[in-house]
Write a protein that binds this ligand. Structure first.
Ligand SMILES: [Cu+2]
Length: 247
């Protein structure tokens, strides 16, 4: 009897230590996706004035890449709309479902990354491919709060048509900087999102965030050169809240 109770005691200890491990492993702000019955939307346009895109000089593989490539930092429409701005809600713990099964691919095309800025959900598989007949590599860094960069993974893409899918790239949320060690002018940015409320502005500077639960939210507006701003917005059920922002 004594023998059995000792064994049970050990099992209880084991269960308790496993529970502690599970608690530590569970992220603090888990997101729950489901049907949004009282949702509205947030739409708007991000603009900038007095900015135009620059080019970066090519110093390697000039015969294929050409003498320069666009920096793509300021792709501005005729009325000031700014492309490639990430608009997102950070503090939200429930809302529409996250789609982790979509196609999240960054391609090396004509010595640039395509797309230049994208959003991908945490936990999805990120694909990286080389469409060029030159060697590229895609080096992913997680940008830290102090702006320093922490290595995530470095993928060699030696030949045209090579495609690699990795879950590791999107394991941690936050901003990824993507560089090519062979061509230091190549740059992409990926926001690894913990919820589905993150959008990239299109060529007119516009965004449209659907099925946002009614209530007060804070939009974070990020641009690679102009930094991060926040705007408070109130969403009413069945209506579109408009947020226009000028950097
Ligand atoms: Cu490259």
């Amino acid at each position: 009897m004594r023998h059995i109770s000792t064994k049970l005691g050990r099992l209880a200890d084991l269960a308790a230590s496993m529970a502690v491990v599970l608690l530590i492993a569970t992220p603090a702000a888990a997101y729950t996706g489901g049907a949004v019955s009282n949702g509205g939307s947030i739409k708007g346009k991000i603009t900038v004035s007095g900015k135009q895109d620059e080019t970066k000089e090519v110093v390697k593989d000039k015969s294929f890449c050409g003498g320069s490539v666009p920096a793509e930092k300021f792709i501005v429409s005729g009325d000031g709309g700014l492309k490639n701005v990430i608009v997102r809600i950070d503090a939200i713990d429930s809302g529409k479902p996250i789609d982790k099964e979509g196609n999240f691919t960054v391609s090396n095309v004509k010595c640039r990354f395509d797309p230049h800025v994208m959003v991908a959900p945490k936990g999805a598989t990120m694909k990286v491919r080389n469409d060029d007949p030159v060697l590229h590599n895609s080096h992913f860094y997680l940008v830290q709060a102090d702006s320093s960069k922490k290595n995530v993974i470095n993928l060699a893409l030696p030949r045209q048509g090579v495609e690699i899918g990795k879950k590791k790239i999107l394991r941690k949320p936050g901003l990824l900087s993507v560089k090519c060690d062979a061509h230091d002018f190549m740059q992409a940015w990926i926001w690894v999102a913990e919820n589905p409320y993150a959008e990239v502005t299109d060529a007119s500077g516009s965004f449209n965030m659907s099925d946002v639960p009614a209530g007060s939210h804070t939009l974070t507006i990020w641009h690679e050169e102009l930094g991060e701003k926040t705007v408070d917005v109130t969403v009413e059920a069945g209506k579109a809240a408009n947020v226009d922002f000028s950097f």
